[in-house]
Design a binder for this molecule. Structure first.
Ligand code: MG
Length: 263
């Protein structure tokens, strides 16, 4: 199995990067691995930590309509160049944490996506240079309040609610070009989304190059590469699981976010 890089919080409240062993023990690193973190003498047992999202990005750049079959289901053409938007770092949650369904929306969708983790500062990169800036890969759910996306005419509110970016559970360094991405709802055996990541319109190195010509990417930043066909809504109580071959699976349950109390 590929090496799995995690970020954890210990029962004593410390946050570390580490390597997840087959025993579920964590070999603690002294820095993020993309900043050349080295193994320490500290090893934690399964009862001594919880997994956090595997990085703490300064920003999350997401790409819209990067699979032609998804663009078609949205009733729009494939963009001629990557269509990018931001999600705030405060939207990130770890594997196993709850997605909070906000009271402002009546239509919240899952979007299973391959996430790229940037390893070093990237500004004005060619696609060839950009390939070396991608440190690893993880899984994301680009949760979207579809009704608000349509109502607002731009995407900030719809994409940015707290908990709207499940990310993880860990990072791997390599992924095969033909890896399959699948999304499952609850106990259904048939996936609601199933695609090969090489069906993307703009591949990872092109996305990183394109974005780096707009904004400097920093170590630990995350790029969501777009979702394939089959997006659909989630209800409170639903469990959504996204699997990518060679990485693993990211699973989250939907709960209510109560409206604020006004007196
Ligand atoms: Mg998306």
């Amino acid at each position: 199995m590929a090496q799995r890089y995690v970020r954890i919080k210990t029962t004593k409240g410390q946050t570390y990067y580490g390597l997840l062993q087959l025993s579920r023990n964590i070999q603690v690193l002294d820095a993020p691995p993309w900043l050349l973190g080295q193994s320490t003498d500290l090893e934690l047992g399964p009862d001594e930590y919880q997994l956090l999202a595997p990085c703490a990005p300064s920003k999350i750049i997401a790409v819209g309509k990067n699979y032609s079959d998804h663009a078609a289901e949205m009733g729009t053409p494939v963009p001629e160049e990557p269509l990018i938007f931001l999600k705030p770092p405060t939207a990130v949650i770890a594997d196993g944490r709850e997605i909070k369904y906000p009271p402002q929306s009546q239509h919240v969708d899952y979007e299973g996506e391959l996430a790229l983790v940037i390893g070093e500062r990237a500004c004005d990169c060619t696609p060839q240079q950009a390939q070396n800036k991608i440190w690893g890969y993880t899984i994301a759910n680009d949760v979207t309040a579809r009704d608000l996306q349509r109502k607002d005419g731009q995407w900030t509110r719809a994409k940015s609610f707290d908990t709207f970016c499940p990310l993880g559970p860990w990072i791997v360094r390599e992924i095969s070009a033909g890896a399959r991405l699948q999304t499952f709802l609850n106990d259904q055996r048939e996936p609601v989304q199933s695609a090969l990541i090489n069906q993307m319109v703009f591949p990872p190195e092109v996305l990183v190059s394109y974005i780096s010509q707009v904004m400097t990417l920093l170590p630990g930043d995350v790029i969501l590469t777009g979702t394939p066909q089959g997006v659909g809504s989630m209800q409170v109580g639903d469990r959504v699981r996204i699997e990518i071959e060679g990485i693993g699976q990211l699973e989250n349950t939907v709960i209510v976010r109560p409206p604020i109390k006004t007196s």
